[in-house]
Design a protein around this ligand. Sequence first.
Ligand SMILES: [Zn+2]
Ligand SMILES: [Zn+2]
Length: 749
Amino acid sequence: MSTQFYCLKNMPIVRIALDVPLPTLFDYTVAEGIAVAVGQRVLVPFGRKQMMGVMMECAVETELAAERIKPVLHVLDDVPPLSEELLKLLRFCSDYYHHPLGATVLSALPARLRSSQPVAVKEALLYALSSSGRALDMSLVPRRKVVQHLILAALQQGSLNNAQLRALSPSAPTALKALLQAGWVESMAHTRSPLLNPLPRAGEDANAKSHIFNGAHTLTAEQQQAVDAVTQTNGYGCFLLHGITGSGKTEIYVHLMHEVLRRGGQILLLVPEINLTPQLENYFRSRFPEADLVSLHSGLNDGARAQNWLRAQSGQARIVLGTRLAVFTPLPQLALIIVDEEHDASFKQQDGLRYSARDVAIFRANQRKVAIVLGSATPSLESYYNAQSGRYRLLKLTQRAAALAQLPTVRCINTENAVLYHGISEQLLAALEQRLSSGEQSLVFINRRGYAPVLMCTACGWLSGCSNCAGKLVLHLKDRRLRCHHCGHQERVPHACPSCGNADLQPVGIGTQRVESALQERFPQARILRVDRDSTRNKGAWQAMRQQIHDDEVDILVGTQMLAKGHDFPNLTLVGVLNPDGALYSSDFRASEKLFAQMAQVAGRAGRAGKPGEVLIQTAFPDHPLFRALREHDYDAWAKILLAEREAAGFPPFVYQVLLRAEGKQESEVYNFLQRSRKAAVELALPVEIYGVVPAAMPRRANHFLAQLLVQCESRKLLQQFLRVWHPLLDALPAQKLRWSLDIDPLEF
Ligand SMILES: [Zn+2]
Ligand SMILES: [Zn+2]
């Protein structure tokens, strides 16, 4: 097919990224006298509507006929254009993850910047004591106005912005209003650059007031070595910081961040979804009270997210703390990236642009020629392998930082022939009783919410299945309902078996609610708190629960993985784990890797403040190498076993994978599409390994059939070459009633 090029004299052509599912940019003209720069947002006509797009490049010619090309309607200059560097990063992501460029570029913008309304840039305000505030006799402020006292005292040390004030107390805005009205505090526009005070040198008073770096902790020799290795690196370097729980990874981050702030750089700190609590943000604010820190995560409203993004783009914000979406934040002075809990699955986006924020962060550090630190107590096997092979530099922390803190004792309770009380062994019950009498906290961990995973008829064997899914309905006894955890379908618990009419229906298996009620029956005096997605659904519920735990108002915690991550409960000395065995015979080859990480994390909750901790794991396979490695706190031993298994089986990190997923209401259409995709792949005769078409792990969900096709290759480059020719063939296949997607480096199967 020959293409005709139309040259339009004196009419510059611009190529615009638009959020449409097509892998192209769109050509427009710009009227004379209007200037538009690469990276600027523009409003253009598209079909019958107007769309917001991003100007990507200029061109001298277009394939469009002169009468068909339309002009740009409006150029938005309310915020600075996206930098070439950021656009390059987004081009890479579009290319690598085989997602349309326009959709990739637009998805990286906060929602406010995607709308056609200009963004009003709020001036960040600073608050300081007024002259009457400085002369104020504090006894004039009523004693019970605790927060007002707190704010006045803090402002005596220097001016603060809104976020820093909020870090003092959640009710700071109300107290601030009163202080402003009284005329003791005044606000001013934020214009000065942050004060950068040097870290006290050895020999100087370590407690000397350092505004930028609160409470300089003395580092252990291991920690110091890790800090030195990173700060002495010039240009790009990827470091895997492998440190057991409690070994003080955060202190290393703080020291590295301080060094970067001192040199005037910006820091991107990525954390998993679950960990982004105000506590974490407040922690870093308290360590860097003078640095401008912004957070970016899905919990922020559109306005706050846009403002924080713009503060990062302007260079005003020095620290950006965020979840995976923050990896696309524009940072003109970016000098360090930290990915905490790098193994966490929440760094991978599961729809749209299916990117791994950790991997994109590594690309970004390389592009920018700066250091990146991946921290974890249980690194992903991919990162561990890269550290072993020398692609990353390994930094190891083998000791807990607090001198008194010891690693918990991990023991297995063999449940093979044991009699269990609602899934709980006698040994665990005895250990719980002992903690109750000594006034210490315990955690019982079970990764299943609800009362029981399924309801069964004792006469005919009927099981409560979901009518829309291949899954089972979970019994929630609290409100007497059966719920599907896959599609949300729910119904009342039947009085009799729908199949045979028998009235004796029994719950099978255990969930958090069942453990909670069984323990309450066994220990009527104990204060038991259940923490799972059901009990924390209401906004602020989890916050309040954390406070209860910290205030020692709880004896026994019953919870799911929500409790496994990163929380510090000083009085918690016992962790009991129920039913972890499912992952040992899962069809997902990553299941045992995830189980180890989860067990190590959960075990890390026990005994962190000088009290020795104990972990009891109930399993039918106490001799499994996974549990042996857990008992010996030997991640390396376990990683070596897993790597050998993966190498023998030809799984990642020894190969690179792409998963083609399809779903639709007609089973035959789903399978036809995948079979034709497979045939197209085979006919390309490229050096990739093509598996068969198989049902997804959950083959039917919400009345849709799900199936998939896996392709893998030992070379990332060859797999990408294959994808570049295969992807257009997939686009050409008929698939009107289907949804399909390519997932590069998939984590879930
Ligand atoms: Zn029955
Ligand atoms: Zn369902």
